[in-house]
Ligand binder design. Sequence first.
Ligand code: ADP
Length: 501
Amino acid sequence: MPYDALGNRPNRTRVLFVSSEIYPLAKSGGLADVSGALPRFIAAAGEIDIILMLPGYPTALELLENQVSLLRLQDLPGGDATLILGDLPGSDLRVLVVDNPDLFYRPGLYTDENGLDWPDNAIRFAALCHAACRVAIGDAVPHWRADVVHCNDWHTGLIPMLLAAHPCPRPKTVMTIHNLAFQGNFPGAFLDELALPAGQYSSENLEFYGNLSFLKSGILHADSLTTVSPSYAEEILGDEFGMGFEGVLRARQSDLVGILNGIDTDAWNPGQDCLIPARYGIDHMAGKARCKASLQADWGLAVDPDATLIIFLARLELQKMADCLIDILPELMSRPKLQLAVLGAGTPEIEAALADWPRRATGRVAVHIGYDEELAHQLIAAGDILLHGSRFEPCGLTPLYALRYGTIPIVNQVGGLRDTTIGATAETLDAGIANAVHFVERSSAAMLAAVDQAVALRADSGTWHRLQSAAMAADFSWHKPAAAYGKIYEGLVVPRQFAPV
Ligand code: ADP
């Protein structure tokens, strides 16, 4: 079959998938995991040609393979940029990078070394949005225009509005909300610098409680809205989890669906993971014991197979109840044979409160402040229990990785975790379907009680093995979600293809 200049096959739906982070080019959280994996499965599942797009961060430009400079994009917010095409490492997906050194050659994706947002984030991501629109309408890349632009989170929130202002036929838009807590709200004074169509700063449009909001704009103008789990899709329509957007979302409720995220079951597979010291599966768990011993030794914990190793791997933020972890740490250390290993970065106060613990509880608490993909794999393989509190949780990928590695998650019954985990009760244990320990109230006391429940369950090796079996057997591959996104794309482009001329 003939290919055009970008390697596209004719008659396929063409999708531009725009994200502010794509693993392995740039990652700060679950958004990167999704953006690095989902498009691969979408491309494999249907008649879809998909191209990814992200900002030209230094890591992205360092890792992108087979780079070619396509053209100069002039007069974007923040100045001209070079559009670079390359390949995503480890896949045959093509990626477009918007290279503007003034905007993107910085150490943090969104924040400086003190955790403060870059003051020009509005301009940085408006540049991404405008560049994406030019590609989508066929003004940037020869012989390529998109049928659908898939936008992800606030960083891409201006794209639906910019495309809606474009004369028909125009590319359709899907907006996926990965986390409603990140909204892209900026002072109205930025308006003049974002090159937007006139008349957009009203309460029916960009304006959100006195600011301009990228996310609100995306929600209002996208042709289709998705979020990353069915339960979160329900929760965000209400006051408790809507974060101020519940009214806007309710107005678009009929266009909103929750599609549960998957995980990359090749990258996160204890049977073939090269980042961990020994491989294992449910029928041969000796490798997990070796991973635990190795981590205990490397992280300065007492090497003791009988100790219960609790791991905490998350952004050290209030969302992840990292403050409650600090609250309960003295109590945890009063329990015999309990160890805690933490890997995370985030709020400076939480980082500081954790930093002293390895000295206070030598051999029992280890803390690594920072971000490290390899250590994350090792920690998940080594742990007996993942302690993962969430005040709200759109999907929650880390507990899914833990399940696959037989590391029993302690989680709240909230958001996506309601769709992915089954808490241990007498009935679920009897039925062999329990794969987690739940707590309901989002408090330190409830978190501590859940730890006690998990430790008690571990005391019975048969019960624990059944929990691990159910956890490791769960299927969270991307096949089903990718097919669901493919259907959404199809639903958007079919009316255009069959409309009377
Ligand atoms: P969120 O996207 O809300 O941060 P998720 O659990 O959905 O939460 O995804 C977080 C992703 O980031 C997972 O892949 C997790 O392993 C990873 N992660 C979080 N903190 C770290 C860290 N300090 N080092 C390495 N990986 C991390």
